[in-house]
Design a protein around this ligand. Sequence first.
Ligand code: HEC
Ligand code: HEC
Ligand code: HEC
Length: 480
Amino acid sequence: MTKANLTKRMLDAIVVRCGLRGGAVALAIATVMAAGTWAWISAANAAAAGASATSATSSTSSAPVTADPADTAQIARGAYLAKAADCAGCHTAAPRVPHPGAKPVATSPFAGGLGMGSPFGTIYTSNITPDPRYGIGRYTYDEFARAMRDGIAAGGKRLYPAMPFPSFAKINDDDMHALYAYFMHGVQPVAEPAPQTQLPFPFNQRWLLMFWDWAFAPKGVYNANDKRDAQWNRGAYLVQSLGHCGACHTPRGPAYEERGYNEKSSTYLTGGTNDHWFAPNLTGDPGSGLGRISAAEIAAFLKRGHGGGLVTFGSMVQVVEDSTQYLSDADLDAIAGYLKSLPARTPSGYFNARSEAARQTAQALKTGEVERPGAGIYASFCARCHQMDGGGVPNKYPRLAGNPAVLSASSASLVRLLVEGGGSPHTETGPEPRKMPPFAGKLTDTEMARVLTFVRNTWGNAAGPVTPNDVSSVRGALHK
Ligand code: HEC
Ligand code: HEC
Ligand code: HEC
């Protein structure tokens, strides 16, 4: 019997004893409580849009640092690990606007209070500064490690899996100690309470999460694979534990658990949709995965937001701004190397720049003779940035020809980007940010479907069509 089935049985038994009407109800509650994660994760990133600026200040915090050089080195390492895990992205509230029209004021790093929208109400992140009253100043190391790995706060409160503890469970003891040292001695205490999360009954029954944790949350720190070298293991460790890349890039199961937490699972990192952003397949699939993108291009993408003609967009923008741009080149190479080692899985989409069809459209686009639906829209609204040949402009606009995100099985991200527009990330070493305009007021659902279908099937691209219905369902959900 699988753990999930066993959980269902146990719940049935408990529910009967408690006099509730059927185990399905309780399982549904536990499931639904967990179900919010998908929205929380991207909501966090969306709301944290301003947090990157604030998180940058965290490293310059004037908190007392112990004189012992060994401690100082450990605290500095903890600060680096906190960047790798993007603690600030979730645990810093969005900038405050004192009065309408005023310039937004940065909030205190790590003081919590970022509201993450969920279908059942808003979940606020905790104050994780070392303030003894409102933060985690009284946490012992063991309590800290338990919150991080098991999702149980000091005092026994179960945390919603919006806190990515199923991934953080893999953080090794050395790193956990460094993180603890940083949060206790390298972060400025903030004596302000984070707003209380008050979800309606039954979602406020945190103890129910016990069943979800038991069924789905993996246990145990990262176990090195001795058939692989140190660089591979470093990459696997960063991706699976601190980076929690699977929270967005792994599809979710019926209880919204991530379907796999390492490469042994055939669905791990094969692509997932969170809050209408599709995080693409990161395995070696040559169509919509990283098969045609080199390790060096992946590392550049994570450092500068630009790599191999791809430009970061959607919920990945905050990941690059808050987290991956700060990683060392060695760590980025390790991450890229690990991703490149993943065999092609869940293939989708196709690209062949040398196909006869690709040659013909290229020729026709040059002379403006393309009559396919969408071609005219592309020429009028898109080509000035992405170019008639779909090649983009290096360091400015992404190429659309052979772009894996364009060839993805799900077109959710493409629709959302077209509706809302976007902006490439601000990074220390990357090119100046550029905007993509929103098309919500300019193009109808049918026109958006046509131009996206065109983009997905031109220049050698081959991916499923986008229907007006696909567009309207995303627009409806976004209320745009
Ligand atoms: C994707 C968002 C996200 C990231 C990344 C994240 N957290 Fe959290 N964390 C949360 C949320 C949401 C809560 C509150 C959950 C709840 O109330 O059930 C939380 C709660 C906590 C708590 C419990 C505090 C308490 O007493 O309530 C600790 C400790 C914590 N986080 C530490 C960290 C550290 C350290 C990092 C980085 C290594 C981190 N978190 C990264 C979302 C996040
Ligand atoms: C908050 C959700 C989220 C998290 C966490 C996240 N990603 Fe992403 N990622 C996305 C989305 C959405 C895209 C698609 C947009 C784009 O290409 O920039 C993406 C795109 C990418 C791409 C480009 C893929 C392509 O085909 O264009 C790479 C590489 C990548 N992510 C690596 C990572 C790594 C490594 C991590 C962990 C350190 C990570 N991501 C964590 C959401 C996320
Ligand atoms: C003013 C220049 C501009 C115009 C016009 C424009 N885009 Fe973009 N496009 C961008 C920029 C900049 C990005 C990167 C966005 C980001 O990082 O959020 C982008 C990203 C994209 C992406 C994601 C690819 C990736 O790797 O980042 C797609 C798909 C896309 N555009 C399609 C279109 C379509 C279709 C049109 C016409 C309807 C269009 N764009 C018009 C500038 C433009």
